[in-house]
Design a protein around this ligand. Structure first.
Ligand code: ADA
Length: 586
């Protein structure tokens, strides 16, 4: 399943799923590799594996870190477009033995367009690397697992010489209303629509090309002048009035298809369908407003991680996670610490959940950020994340650089650049960053929203009330005055099944009591716009973290890695439920 809905009616698209050949590629540990001893001896024989999947779920490779090859064949003729939704974490792609290109970063899609394939069978080889190397600035031993494999779906499209690459829709709030149906009734939602095309071969002289866009009962059409080359170009930018649409809200997440059709000499030649929700997000004083109404976040930080699937969760497993989050009265997810699978975002759109999506970076100190590849690779993640996830109404905030060097001058430069890049790509959503630099953060003036990771009653022997009061004072004195404040992490660990009534640390009882106190105190603080619990489920961490992570798990999950609820589940459900009720009556 590529998405939760069909993205084409005209274009032929297939998922290159099913069984692929898989072979481990043995290699000498590279100089400076951080983890040679941990790698398993590599069996050379090839085996059949499903794609998407990750190799830590293949017997014998539970701890493999290194290179491997995935191969498959397909029948095709003409121009093809290959889209990899996510390969963990480096991919080198060859078609019929010819290099198409390389891509680094596990969590964002990439595309290769290949003109004029001869009719017949074609062979696709993907060499994947999940080693920790200096070349891969964002991956190093961390408090989550850097898995390996083709971990998200692969799509094969047959495309004409000019094809549609992307459609962006930016909803524009009614001029005279609050975007929520309230107002003087004269306002009409508008949508700013942009369509990007790709031309592989210049059309014959005299060919007429046009783009038609259909959205919410409206149709616009405009001529297109093709630009030759394997790159994308903006082919259409227009604003459409959309009278009578229902806004996208958490309670009623109305979604509308947007269909772009490419007409060649008046005949449909290619199409792309995406989905749109009419809603605006804006910061108003110290509140974040959705359609003019302040939101209160009852959220969970969530890693893409599962004992049976690694980071290649099938849609069924995503559904289960979202069911549990909603059952606990959660209304938001933070995609800590990287962009998420599109299908998960589709489901959030459908459920009316709010998403904080973040670029890939966790716990980078200045040395990590001075990796010569860091700036370019981080910028690429941001670009790919925003370009591909732009239309999701559920995404209400972009996050960057979780707990990185926001306390140094060089770090600040990096934060500045990344915020500037986001604002260049998308002005319709606020930006933030989760910090833990309680006494020396130098970047609080930069984002629209200030976000703190705090662990009262856990890493700190202080109450949440005290920590929030202290943080607020610091924030106000250091550039963050008047901005909304999110508690982007709060939580405590517990080992599933370890129970006693002695308030023993690591017991489910201790975690449940701690969460109850943390959440109650946080929501009692009027300056707090919302809270993301660290974290939804227990997750596997990289081997090097074994000293501080029993069972090699970050066990601050409210459910364990198999999604079995710990005692904290009911505590969270109760507090989130009360907050939701209070909110509903405001
Ligand atoms: C940090 C970090 C998380 C996780 C957490 C913890 O706040 O952002 O990724 O490591 O701490 O469990 O300590």
């Amino acid at each position: 399943m590529l998405r939760t809905f069909d993205t084409h009616r005209i274009r032929r698209t297939t998922e290159l799923g099913g069984l692929w050949d898989f072979t481990v590629l043995p290699e000498e540990p590279a100089e400076g590799a951080t983890e040679p001893a941990a790698s398993e001896p590599a069996p050379a024989a090839s085996r059949k594996v499903t794609v998407p999947s990750c190799w830590q779920t293949y017997p014998g490779l539970e701890n493999y870190r290194g290179r491997a090859r995935y191969s498959t064949t397909f029948e095709a003729e003409g121009n093809v477009r290959l889209e990899f939704k996510g390969v963990s974490h480096f991919a080198r792609v060859e078609l019929d033995g010819r290099l198409l290109g390389e891509h680094y970063n596990a969590y964002t899609p990439f595309v290769f367009a290949v003109p004029a394939l001869a009719a017949g069978e074609h062979r696709l080889d993907v060499t994947v690397d999940n080693a920790f190397r200096e070349d891969y600035a964002l991956n190093f031993p961390n408090d989550y697992m850097s898995y390996g494999g083709i971990s998200r779906p692969v799509a094969l499209d047959l495309v004409p010489d000019t094809s549609i690459e992307r459609v962006h829709v930016t909803p524009v709030t009614p001029a005279h209303g609050d975007g929520n149906g309230n107002g003087d009734g004269e306002g009409v939602w508008k949508a700013h629509v942009e369509v990007w095309c790709r031309t592989l071969r210049k059309p014959r002289a005299g060919t007429r090309m046009a783009l038609r866009v259909e959205l919410a009962g409206q149709t616009v059409e405009a001529d297109v002048t093709p630009c030759e080359g394997e790159y994308e170009y903006l082919a259409l930018a227009t604003t459409v009035e959309c009278p009578g649409v229902r806004p996208w809200t958490c309670e009623d997440p109305a979604l509308y298809p947007v269909t772009a059709t490419l007409l060649v000499n008046g005949r449909p030649a290619d199409d792309l369908i995406d989905r749109v929700g009419f809603r605006t997000v804006r910061v108003n004083g110290d509140r974040i407003e959705l359609n003019g109404k302040p939101i209160v976040i009852r959220g969970f930080c969530r890693h893409e991680d599962h004992p049976a699937f690694g980071n290649a969760l099938p849609p069924q497993a995503m559904q289960v996670d979202l069911d549990l989050i909603e059952d606990m009265h959660g209304n938001a997810v933070r995609t800590s610490h990287y962009p998420n699978d599109e299908r998960f975002l589709d489901m959030c759109d459908e459920r009316g959940l709010l998403v904080w999506e973040e670029n890939h970076a966790r716990g980078m100190d200045e040395e990590h950020m001075r990796n010569p590849h860091f700036q370019a690779q981080a910028a690429q993640v941001i670009r790919e994340m925003i370009e591909t996830h732009y239309n999701h109404p559920s995404i209400v905030i972009w996050g960057i650089l979780n707990e990185c060097a926001s306390n140094t001058a060089y770090g600040r430069e990096c934060y500045e650049r990344q915020y500037a890049l986001i604002r260049e790509l998308d002005v319709s959503r606020p930006v933030t960053s989760a910090t833990c630099h309680m006494r020396d953060d130098m970047c609080l003036d930069l984002p629209d929203v200030v976000s703190w990771n705090i662990y009262p009653y856990w890493y700190e022997a202080k109450s949440a009330t005290r920590m929030i009061t202290d943080q607020l004072a610091y924030t106000r004195e250091h550039g963050g005055a008047g901005k909304p404040l999110i508690i982007s992490e709060i939580g405590a660990g517990a080992i599933y099944g370890f129970r006693n009534r002695d308030e023993e640390i690591w017991t489910e009882e201790y975690q449940a009591n701690t969460l109850r106190k943390q959440l109650t105190e946080a929501f009692d603080e009027p300056a707090v716009t919302g809270v993301f619990i660290w974290q939804f489920c227990d997750v596997r961490v990289d081997r090097e973290w074994w000293r501080v992570r029993a069972k090699r798990r970050n066990d601050k999950g409210i459910v364990d890695e198999f999604r079995r609820p710990k005692m904290a589940y009911d505590a969270v459900k109760e507090v989130f439920g009360e907050v939701a009720e209070r909110q509903a009556t405001v």
